[in-house]
Write a protein that binds this ligand. Structure first.
Ligand code: HEM
Length: 509
C-alpha cells in the first residue's frame, strides 16, 4: 500500500512538474536555448549538491563549453536562464521590462529594506531620480579629500609590516579604509574603522556582511524559517547586528535633519549646501544623506525610514565592492612589476615627489594609465561577478521569446573572460583599455558596473576612490608578489579563500 501511494505521489509530482514547466520548455526549445539534464520536479538541484562557491565558476565555464553562452537551468521550481552572451546581456540590461531583481536578493531585505538596490517598479524609478543628483560631479569632488585622508591612514598603518617579506592580505586592510570612506561620505560621520576597528557600528557592518555572504552560499540558510529552526543563534546575531547598524544610521539621520531644520529656521540655510558650517565654523562637507534630506517626492520630503534604506544601501554596496577591487588591483600590480613601474612613473609625473601632498580631482582624472589598470583588474576580477534579474512577463530578448517567471543570472565574470571578445582572456593587459584602442571592446561583454537603467549609481565615486587609494599605495610602497595566489570564491562579491596577498617595501625617492 505504501509503495503504491509513493508511486502515485511521484507520478502526480512528475505530471504537475511537466505541466508547470511546459511553457518554459516550449519557449526555450524554440529559442534554441539548451542546458544540462534536468530531473523531474527538482531540475538541476542534484547537480548543484556537489558544487561549492569555490567551484561555481568552473561549473559555469563547463556549461558554457557544452551548451553555449545562453543556458537554461531549473533549481527545484525556479526556472531560469544563465547568460554570458553580450547580445543577450545587452537586451536584458537595456530594457526597462527586465529590471526586477531575483529572489536571492531578498536575503538583504532585513538590512536594506526597499532601498535602491532592491526596490522595483515605480518606487525604484522615483528613488533613482531623486538619488542621481547625490552623485553629481560637484558632490563627488568634495569627497576626494576624504578619499585622500583615509588612504593616508591606510598607508600609515601599513608601515609596520613594510619589510618586503611579511605577507599582507589586502582585503581586510582595504575594507576598513573603504568603510571609513563610505561612512564619512554617505552619512557625514567619522567611524574611525581603521583606528578603532572595535567600534560597534564597524563591527556590525563587517559581521553582518560576512554572515549575509554565508547565507548566500549556504542553501540551508536561505530561508528565514530554516534559520530560525536550525541556526537560531546565528540568526539572532545577524538581526542584532542589523539593529545596531540601523539604530546608528537612524541616529545620524535625525541629527542631520535637526541641523537642516535649524539652519532653515535661523536663515543660514543654503539650498545646495544645507550643512555649510559646523559648530566651530569649519566648512562642512555635504554628505549623500544631506542631498536626500533636501529631496522631495511630489512635494513631500523623504521620511527618515526612506533615507535610512538608501544610506544603508550605500553602506552595503559602497564598501565590499571597492574593497575587492582595491585588493585585487594591488595583487595584480605586485605580480606585474612592469605595469607597476608604469603606474608609479605616471603617479610621480602627475602627483609629484612629495608622497604626502594631497591629491585633487583633476589630478586623479589625469591618472589615465592607472584607470586602464583598474578597468583591466575589474575585467579579470569583477567585484560583482554575477547579477540576477527576474523576468516577470513573456519578453522578447535578442530575438528570443523568454517566458515570464524566469530567473536570470548574468555571468559577468565569464563574459569578461570570453576569448571571442578578449584575446588571451586570462592575461592582465591594461592596454586593452587605452584610448588608442577605444571601441575595440564590446560594451556589453564588459559590464563590471552593470549597464543600462539599473547600472551602478556609484561608479564614478568608486573610480575616484580606487584611484585615490591605489595611487597612495604605489606612492608609498613597492608592491611585491608575496603570499599564496588567489583562490576565487563567489560570496556575494568576489573574494579569495587564500587572501589577496602582497608584500610591501617603502619606496625611497
Ligand atoms: C568597484 C566598485 C563597485 C562595483 C564593481 C559596483 C558594481 C555594481 C553593480 C554590478 C551593480 C548592479 C547590481 C545589480 O544589478 O544587482 C551595482 C548597483 C549599485 N551600486 Fe555599485 N558598485 C561599486 C561601487 C559602488 C559604490 C561606491 C556605491 C555607492 C556609494 C554603489 C552603489 C550602488 C547602488 C545604490 C546600486 C543599485 C543601483 C540601482 O539598482 O538603481 N556602488 N553596483
Amino acid at each position: 500500500m505504501f509503495v503504491e501511494l509513493l508511486v502515485l505521489l511521484l507520478t502526480v509530482a512528475v505530471v504537475w512538474d511537466y505541466l508547470v514547466g511546459r511553457k518554459h520548455s516550449k519557449y526555450f526549445d524554440k529559442a534554441g536555448i539548451k542546458g544540462p539534464f534536468r530531473w523531474p520536479v527538482v531540475g538541476n538541484a542534484p547537480m548543484m549538491l556537489k558544487e561549492t562557491p569555490k567551484t561555481v565558476f568552473d561549473l559555469q565555464w563547463r556549461l558554457i563549453q557544452t551548451h553555449g553562452k545562453n543556458i537554461r537551468f531549473q533549481i527545484l521550481q525556479d526556472r531560469g536562464l544563465m547568460t554570458a552572451d553580450p547580445k543577450m546581456i545587452e537586451a536584458i540590461m537595456s530594457s526597462q521590462q527586465t529590471i526586477q531583481k531575483n529572489n536571492l536578493y531578498g536575503l538583504l531585505v532585513n538590512w536594506l529594506g526597499d532601498g535602491l538596490l532592491l526596490s522595483k517598479g515605480k518606487k525604484w524609478f522615483r528613488r533613482r531620480k531623486i538619488i542621481t543628483p547625490a552623485f553629481h560631479f560637484k558632490i563627488l569632488e568634495q569627497f576626494v579629500e576624504v578619499f585622500d585622508q583615509q588612504s593616508a591612514i591606510m598607508v600609515k598603518n601599513l608601515y609596520d609590516r613594510a619589510d618586503g617579506k611579511t605577507v599582507i592580505n589586502m582585503f581586510p586592510v582595504a575594507c576598513l579604509c573603504a568603510l571609513d570612506i563610505i561612512a564619512e561620505t554617505a552619512m557625514g560621520v567619522k567611524v574611525n574603522a581603521q583606528l578603532q576597528p572595535n567600534f560597534p557600528y564597524v563591527q556590525s557592518v563587517t559581521t553582518a556582511s560576512a554572515m549575509l555572504a554565508e547565507r548566500f552560499t549556504n542553501p540551508a540558510q536561505r530561508l528565514d524559517v530554516f534559520m530560525r529552526l536550525f541556526f537560531s543563534s546565528a540568526f539572532a546575531e545577524l538581526n542584532a547586528n542589523i539593529k545596531t547598524m540601523q539604530d546608528f544610521t537612524n541616529g545620524v539621520i535625525s541629527e542631520r535633519r535637526d541641523l537642516l531644520q535649524k539652519s532653515m529656521a535661523d536663515g543660514t540655510y543654503e539650498a545646495s549646501n544645507a550643512a555649510s558650517q559646523d559648530d566651530v565654523g569649519q566648512k562642512r562637507r555635504m554628505a549623500l544623506l544631506d542631498v536626500l534630506l533636501q529631496s522631495t517626492v511630489d512635494g513631500a520630503p523623504l521620511s527618515n525610514e526612506d533615507i535610512r534604506e538608501e544610506v544603508d544601501t550605500f553602506m552595503f554596496e559602497g564598501h565590499d565592492t571597492t574593497t575587492s577591487s582595491i585588493a585585487f588591483t594591488c595583487y595584480l600590480l605586485a605580480r606585474h612589476p612592469e605595469v607597476q613601474a608604469r603606474v608609479f612613473q605616471e603617479v610621480r609625473d602627475v602627483l609629484g615627489d612629495d608622497k604626502n601632498a594631497p591629491v585633487n580631482t583633476q589630478q586623479l582624472g589625469e591618472l589615465k594609465y592607472l584607470e586602464c589598470v583598474i578597468k583591466e583588474s575589474l575585467r579579470l576580477f569583477p567585484s560583482v561577478p554575477i547579477i540576477g534579474r527576474h523576468i516577470v512577463e513573456d519578453t522578447v530578448l535578442d530575438g528570443k521569446l523568454i517566458p515570464g517567471n524566469t530567473d536570470v543570472m548574468i555571468l559577468i565574470y565569464h563574459a569578461q573572460r570570453d576569448p571571442d571578445h578578449f584575446p588571451e582572456p586570462h592575461k592582465f593587459v591594461p592596454e586593452r583599455f587605452s584610448s588608442e584602442r577605444k571601441g575595440e571592446i564590446n560594451s556589453f561583454s564588459y559590464t563590471p558596473f552593470s549597464a543600462g537603467p539599473r547600472n551602478c549609481i556609484g561608479q564614478k565615486f568608486a573610480m575616484l576612490e580606487m584611484k585615490s587609494t591605489i595611487s597612495k599605495m604605489v606612492r608609498h610602497f613597492e608592491l611585491l608578489p608575496q603570499g599564496e595566489d588567489v583562490q576565487l570564491v563567489l560570496n556575494i562579491i568576489l573574494r579569495s579563500t587564500t587572501g589577496i596577498n602582497v608584500g610591501i617595501k617603502p619606496r625611497v625617492y
